[in-house]
Design a protein. Structure first.
Length: 132
């Protein structure tokens, strides 16, 4: 098992691990934001990708505040870890009022070989699996 382990194996795919897909919702709760934050707008995180609904606009300042937290939020964390219990991140403008709620949705399994860059362990990248 890998260090820190929630390692798992699947037949024919070798060892791997689970990551959460995320949805990041814009939350205002009656506050009027300075930046363009619209209640209910969201961004999804699937694999390593950020998915923006058609027409969505996201403040680059807010995105810059969120990005460092997303990889940690995708992983299982101790139930007492603040990363497990705290879900809202404030816009970095202290006068703004915009907040972003990070919600764990479904879990997705990744094989180690499909996600590593180590030459001796490397397989087909996960994003190319199932492609002709
Ligand atoms: Zn803001």
């Amino acid at each position: 098992m890998a260090q820190g382990g929630t390692s798992d194996a699947r037949e024919g795919e070798g060892p791997g691990f689970w990551l959460w897909d995320l949805r990041v919702d814009t939350v205002l709760d009656g506050r009027t934001p300075v930046c363009r934050h619209v209640e209910g707008e969201h961004v999804r995180v699937e694999g390593e990708a950020l998915l923006f609904p058609a027409g969505a606009r996201v403040s680059m300042y807010a995105l810059a505040a969120l990005l460092p937290l997303l990889p940690a939020k995708r992983r299982d964390t101790d139930p007492h870890d603040w990363m497990s219990t705290d879900a809202e991140v404030a816009c970095p403008d202290p006068h703004c009022g915009g907040r972003f709620r990070i919600v764990r949705e479904g879990r997705r399994w990744f094989s180690h070989a499909a996600t590593t860059g180590l030459p001796d362990a490397r397989g087909t990248p996960y994003w190319q699996e199932g492609q002709p």
